[in-house]
Design a protein around this ligand. Structure first.
Ligand code: AMP
Ligand code: MG
Length: 357
């Protein structure tokens, strides 16, 4: 995939970003380059949203198929009019509650946003991120910035600058290192162009919270399989292979005790086959596996879904770094933040959720 560039990794204060560093990164965006930067959800791989050739570089850097549209990031509410048209009143109602923050709105696309940004759709996804580095960068660039997650296609999203470097070294001009991201899963994508607003991807804002503002919002639909050549996914987050570590991932769902038993059996079988087994475990689950020679990646307390979301992608990458062959995890109930966690686990497992009787 030629065209390697020199990647500069630059540390930046997450709360009070240094203006000179922001200026340097903003100029790179204005020149048509790629800048990876922290947001409150995950790291983004940014380019000028109004520059078709810069946007093309995002797709080749990620190895992402060009039928997957990108999110345009803005730094003020007014900027929404630079990327979208016919903006419904509901967008402003939701923005008043959730912007800046981890909510992406799909709206009718403004003609100045190039086709390639939204993969030829007549819609555009828009988000106003809360992270001070993201906001400062977009402001300084003076243009909206399209930024998918800063990982190679199908890999777990990057929640640290080191993850970005591991996936994209030589493919991005600058990585702004603002430390680990707080939320750890991507934004919630809400389609406001559908007859009834519908969540396309569960994420950092829960469905329950959205419904307090707009009760009619529909829950996400089921995924489409990736190997359907005709499929033009409503949303790339809906692909069944996504967020995948190198190891095989198996997710177990069902009654708690039965799942524990099945996970122990599966771990033992895989080890008997000579495999190295990794487990993603909550604190509550750890004692049940303490006697097994497995690699444990702790997720923290089961009730602390915000922390689990924050740890999830880093946990998958950490188990890869320990060269496990297979990763076992218990599925989370799809409620509140659990909906985004369950979605990412399902896709990390490429749909291999084992229903335990
Ligand atoms: P990522 O590249 O990881 O930030 O994911 C981009 C997300 O943006 C996808 O999961 C889609 O849900 C969403 N997206 C972007 N543009 C559109 C659009 N025009 N219509 C529907 N979904 C979109
Ligand atoms: Mg992504």
């Amino acid at each position: 995939m030629g065209n390697l560039t020199y990647t500069r990794l630059i540390a930046i204060d997450a709360e009070h970003p240094d203006p000179e560093t922001i200026q340097l990164a903003a100029e790179q965006v204005q020149k048509g380059g790629l800048v990876a930067f922290p947001t409150e959800t995950v790291y983004g791989l940014g380019a000028n949203a109004l520059d078709a050739s810069a946007i093309g570089k995002i797709y080749s850097a990620k190895g992402r198929p060009s039928n997957n549209p990108l999110i345009a990031h803005i730094a003020t509410l007014e900027q929404i009019e630079q990327v979208a048209v016919d903006i419904p009143e509901t967008a402003y109602q939701l923005a008043a509650y959730f912007w800046p923050g981890p909510l992406t709105l799909v709206l009718p696309r403004h003609e100045r946003v190039p086709d390639v940004a939204s993969a030829g759709r007549d819609t555009v996804a828009v988000r106003f991120p809360a992270h001070p580095v993201a906001r400062a960068l977009i402001k300084a660039a003076g243009v909206p910035i399209v930024a998918p997650s800063a990982n190679r296609f199908t890999r777990p999203s990057a929640t640290t600058a080191q993850h970005v470097l591991a996936d994209l070294n030589g493919r991005v001009d600058i990585i702004l290192d603002g430390g680990p991201t707080h939320i750890g899963v991507e934004s919630t994508v809400l389609d406001l162009t559908a007859p009834t607003p519908i969540v396309l991807r569960p994420g950092g804002v829960t469905l329950e919270a959205l419904q307090t503002v707009l009760p009619e919002i529909l829950a996400p639909a089921q995924h489409v399989p990736m190997d359907d050549a005709e499929a033009r996914p409503a949303s790339p987050g809906m692909l069944i292979k996504h967020y995948s570590p190198n190891a095989e991932v198996l997710v177990f769902d069902g009654e708690a005790e039965a799942v524990t038993r099945r996970m122990r059996e599966t771990a033992s079988q895989r080890m008997a086959d000579g495999q190295r087994v990794g487990l993603l475990l909550t604190d509550e689950d750890r004692p049940a596996f303490a006697d097994l020679p497995v690699v444990v990646q702790p997720l923290g307390a089961a009730h602390d879904l915000a922390h689990i979301a924050q740890q999830l992608f880093a946990g998958l990458r950490a188990l890869d770094a320990q060269q496990v062959d297979v990763i076992l995890a218990r599925q989370f109930p799809a409620e509140g933040m659990g909906r985004a966690i369950a979605d990412r686990l399902l896709r990390a497992a490429e749909g291999r959720v084992i229903e335990v009787e």
